[in-house]
Design a protein around this ligand. Structure first.
Ligand code: TZP
Ligand code: MG
Length: 219
């Protein structure tokens, strides 16, 4: 996977939206320029079973229209069943090698990491990209590890120069530049897109901030 694919990595589940139409929010975000999408259907009221599958298929179809990888959080069986582009797993979700054996050689595997040690272990085990965070305080996930700060990004990026690193946790348009300058390939956000009235506008501004820091050119 190339680093550009994770420049603006949008994560959403139906419970993050306070009643708004999730497919509308996703399509606006895709129009605004997100480069990867992860379906993270978790928490009270989350869809399950056939409802989840139907929703995942609808998200997948939208992502295909915009040529954006569709990644499923946690649910390896669902990812395999609908032939998602990727699966994203946490530290508690088992060995990467076991997941690779299940999903086959082509599906992307992303891994959540919170430290230099976890990042190196994920890279060694063949992760295609890592999430690294939480960089800042977040209201969106309550069971997070302690905030890691910018320095951890700098260290991981210098030790693993070839690996796409997606910074996550409390990232806003204002903060995107700092994490990119520290070496992240992109930013992963939930609330900075799904919590905004105009998801498309929010995505487009975030993308502009990321690209400006990567290239020094205003877009
Ligand atoms: N993992 C670490 S922080 C986080 C996840 C899923 C939540 C990110 O949400 P937000 O709203 O972008 O801070
Ligand atoms: Mg998980």
């Amino acid at each position: 996977m190339d680093k550009q694919t994770v420049n603006l990595y949008f994560i959403m589940g139906t419970v993050n939206l306070a009643g708004r139409d999730p497919l509308h929010v996703l399509e606006e975000a895709l129009k605004g320029g997100v480069t990867s999408f992860q379906l993270r259907e978790k928490g009270p009221g989350a869809l399950t079973g056939e409802e989840l599958k139907a929703f995942a298929l609808a998200c997948q179809q939208l992502c295909e229209q915009y040529s954006v990888p569709f990644i499923v959080n946690d649910d390896i069986d669902l990812a395999i069943e609908i032939a998602a582009d990727g699966i994203h797993i946490g530290q508690e979700d088992g060995y990467i090698s076991v997941v690779r054996d299940k999903v086959g050689p082509d599906m992307l595997i992303g891994v959540s990491t919170h430290s230099v040690t976890e990042a190196i272990a994920a890279a060694d085990a063949g992760a295609d990209y890592i999430g690294l965070g939480p960089v800042y305080e977040t209201q969106t996930k309550t069971d997070t590890q302690p905030v890691i700060g910018i320095e951890t990004i700098r260290e991981v990026a210098s030790l693993l120069p070839g690996l796409p690193i997606v910074a996550i946790g409390g990232i806003s348009e204002r903060r995107a530049g700092a994490v990119i300058k520290a070496g992240a390939s992109g930013v992963a956000v939930i609330s900075a897109i799904s919590g905004e009235e105009d998801a498309g506008e929010a995505a487009s501004r975030l993308k502009g901030a990321v690209l400006l820091s990567l290239t020094g050119i205003e877009m």
